[in-house]
Design a protein. Structure first.
Length: 138
């Protein structure tokens, strides 16, 4: 198994997943926010579907299988496992969450913003992550 890597700061970026299932685990918490299409995930025998109105909390260290369905796009937020931006109770177990229309628009807006260099400065990543964590906590 590959070495798990801890992030020093959040990473927020849009991602598309291939239809071929793949599995992995990581030493950071991951929040998936559906933007377009659908992705299917399996964690501990439970199936989850992320789409334009649903997201998923994946706690650090949880092995998960993932496959994207045609046209999928997620905004993925990787948080250091020691981050205080996320309440521990929120990150205790995998869980689906529903995004209301206003929050889904904010997520789509963040997914659409891409820096020309392809690299997001750490301060900007923290701002995006804080906006996502705040919206999720609300």
């Amino acid at each position: 198994m590959p070495k798990l890597v801890e992030h020093a700061s959040p990473l927020v970026e849009p991602r598309r997943y291939q239809p071929r299932p793949f599995g992995h685990a990581h030493d950071y918490h991951q929040l998936l926010f559906g933007v377009d299409g659908q992705s299917e995930l399996e964690i501990d025998g439970h199936a989850y579907r992320v789409d334009g109105t649903h997201g998923l909390v994946i706690p650090a260290g949880m092995h998960h299988l993932c496959s994207g369905l045609a046209g999928n796009l997620q905004l993925v937020a990787d948080f250091p496992s020691s981050s205080v931006a996320l309440p521990a109770r929120l990150m205790a177990t995998p869980r689906m969450f529903v995004m209301d229309a206003a929050f889904a628009r904010r997520v789509r807006g963040l997914a659409a913003v891409q820096p020309a260099s392809g690299t997001v400065p750490a301060q900007h990543a923290w701002q995006q992550a804080a906006a996502l964590a705040s919206g999720l906590s609300a």
